[in-house]
Design a protein around this ligand. Sequence first.
Ligand SMILES: Cc1ncc(COP(=O)(O)O)c(C=O)c1O
Length: 379
Amino acid sequence: MTSHPQVPAPFEPIPQLDLAAQYATIGAEIRTAVEHVMASQQFILGREGAALEVEIAKLCGVTHGVGMASGTDALILALRACGVQAGDEVLLPPFTFVATGSAVSALGAKPVFADIRPDTYNLDPSELERRVTPRTRAIVVVHLYGLSADMDPILAFAKARRLPVIEDNAQAVGASYKGRRTGSFGDVACLSFYPTKNLGAYGDAGMVVTNSDELAARIRTLRNHGQSEKYRSSEPGWNSRLDEVQAAILRVKLRHLSGWQRARQSHAAEYNQLFSQLPGVMPPLVAEGCEHVYHQYTIRIERRDALHKFLSERKIGSTVYYPYPLHLQPLYSTLGHKAGDFPHSERAAQEVLSLPMYPELRKEQIARVVETLAEFFKC
Ligand SMILES: Cc1ncc(COP(=O)(O)O)c(C=O)c1O
């Protein structure tokens, strides 16, 4: 679509995410926490990391947390601890961030895709039966945008087939399904504290959470060179520890998480209400029994690319998460997929757009985003 001739007079830009606004509210607390770490001069595997592990496990409603250097490492080591090896197949949705698939590939295993539901963007449980083979070794479930996947049928399928379930809970910390927090359903769950996440560090960080003593102990060993005791390694691992500075920052932010979550939910309710007057926009569905934490507020619209451009010309931030489903990524060209193989993922990739969403977003900013969309529909 060509440029719209009548771009209105400049407004204050509305970013899609405003971490500076968050830092303005918590900067003093963060600086104090970091100063404590500096004073302790303990940077790796210290008390901040250990305390964060306990706090995050409690938040997810499980018994163990194991801090990691990133969400991707959390996925790789969780898959490995669940027994996934080179040549195995792992079921996962193609509509996700690439790390969900590349963690599988990092172990030499093969990602086998199962399409999503078009309304929730999460794994369609009925697809699992179609895609499972005798080589399937695990299932990775993603809770995309902050909404839980439909866990009951997925867990029932996994139980019947004796397959471990790994939750990719990178985007949904704090979300729940039928009264239970995401991260507590699988054999193991992986969290990312990438800076833009609802609970974001000031660099890379992640965590594995689980109720299994055995998996927790194994992953704890794997993240630290396979050392079961100091300088005694029982298997090849590597370095994927969460450092003390990030842990201290995350502990400060964790104290604010439930308030931020409520703010996100209230912004989503405001958007939903305003969008109810605007046919042509499909707001995010909140599946029954789910508490959505709106890591993203993602709408669906046919002329998505034109809208993306229209908003950006009016200084409103929006992002396409994600424009290419995994089966059509060059990374996976050797798997031999083609357009049409996973139609719901492909259509979502063409139609989704995430609008400004962060706790500090103001009501009048939401109104301006929606008014701008209304203007777009008149063009
Ligand atoms: C769904 C999903 N899985 C995995 C990851 C990987 O996490 P990280 O960036 O911390 O490695 C991310 C975030 O980036 C994600 O959004």
